[in-house]
Design a binder for this molecule. Structure first.
Ligand SMILES: NC(=O)c1ccc[n+]([C@@H]2O[C@H](COP(=O)([O-])OP(=O)(O)OC[C@H]3O[C@@H](n4cnc5c(N)ncnc54)[C@H](O)[C@@H]3O)[C@@H](O)[C@H]2O)c1
Length: 329
């Protein structure tokens, strides 16, 4: 029998990689994509799904309770993959309200409607997509495990941490079948221009200064977006209810090294007319407020309990990413 799932935020960066992946992997399932189409949503990234009889797009807000109730009343939703969020840390510093609204109130609204619609059904599952930023910042050593205490430092990470807690409470209080994934920084095709890697590529190709915060030595643990999608799929299918799973590719990189790597790839592919390296455009700018120094994920639980392994390493993933942006120019 056909299974119906609800994906929220499917027009965003990770969602628009996940939706075609899911439709291809489960050709007999129906996927409903609910997305409010904020500035971060882009339906061009889902063109390959248009015309697929198993795919339906609904424009709407996860905070709109009557709409969510209607979607659950009209469809036998058996799974929720909850990606929708305000996701850009810089925006959370200038306008935190939208982050509390979508990430906290929106997650609560979805969960609560699902709980009531599912009436104690323990087979239907709610997967909450979260971030490693909930754990705060690391010093030079150590890794985030699922046991690391939450210590969010930005309004973005605080709103994600809050939503994780609401999800947790629905397991402990109502016995709802929920799982949460906490992933490190993603990169790959379809990411919004505002994020680090697309910004580096865009500024370089426009021959403009490539802005790098502070001393460029902040460390992020980069994961190719499709490896994240595969991890989410695996956790939904085989994860234990009420558990959280960290997802990360063991790919720690300094921000400045990311910029230099991308510049080197562009030097090979699109040499500048004056033959100078794009890296000469790198410019240090005033640091982000409250900028976390280092994130790094220990994905041992996902690897050992569920058999997950990243297919891409950073060297292969960044080549695919740069080449994708070059074909989209
Ligand atoms: N990008 C990363 O590196 C990363 C890493 C770990 C976890 N995450 C998490 O993964 C999820 C997806 O991240 P992303 O990078 O694809 O984000 P994104 O900003 O690219 O996309 C978010 C999508 O959600 C939609 N949306 C926003 N508010 C909404 C609302 N109120 N109702 C319905 N839809 C709404 C937007 O229109 C957009 O399509 C988020 O929950 C984020 O916290 C992201």
């Amino acid at each position: 029998m056909k299974k119906t799932i609800l994906v929220t935020g499917g027009a965003g960066f990770i969602g628009s990689n996940f939706v075609p992946y899911y439709l291809a992997k489960y050709p007999d399932h129906k996927l409903i994509n609910l997305d409010a189409m904020t500035y971060a949503g882009n339906l061009d990234n889902l063109k390959e799904c248009e015309g697929n009889a198993n795919y339906e797009f609904i424009k709407g807000d996860i905070c709109d309770r009557p709409l969510i109730e209607k979607i659950f009343a009209e469809n036998n939703i058996q799974g929720v993959y909850h990606f929708a969020a305000e996701s850009h840390v810089d925006n959370s510093i200038t306008g935190p309200g939208a982050f509390i609204q979508t990430n906290v109130v929106g997650t609560f609204t979805l969960l609560d409607v699902a709980r009531l619609a599912w009436k104690g059904n323990k087979t239907n599952r709610f997967l909450h997509v979260s971030t490693d930023e909930v754990y705060g910042t690391l010093g030079e050593t150590g890794l985030f495990t699922e046991e690391t205490p939450y210590a969010p430092n930005s309004p973005y990470s605080a709103s994600k941490a809050s939503s994780d807690m609401v999800v947790r409470s629905y397991f402990h209080t109502y016995g709802m079948n929920v799982v949460t994934t906490n992933c490190s920084n993603n990169y790959g095709p379809k990411q919004h221009n505002e994020k680090l890697i697309p910004t580096i590529i865009r500024k370089a190709l426009a021959q403009q200064n490539i802005p790098i915060y502070g001393d460029g030595k902040n460390i992020r643990d980069w994961l190719y977006v499709l490896d994240h999608c595969k991890g989410i799929d695996l956790v939904f299918e085989n994860g234990l209810s009420g558990e959280t799973y960290n997802i990360g590719g063991r790919n720690e990189r300094l921000n400045i090294d990311i910029a230099k790597k991308i510049c080197a790839l562009l030097d090979e592919r699109m040499p500048r007319a004056d033959k100078k390296s794009y890296s000469e455009l790198i410019t240090y700018v005033e640091d982000r407020l409250g900028h976390d120094r280092r994130y790094a994920i220990d994905a041992t639980k996902l690897e050992t309990k569920l058999g997950w392994k990243a297919d891409e390493n950073f060297e292969s993933g960044i080549v695919k990413t740069v080449d994708w942006y070059l074909t989209k120019r």
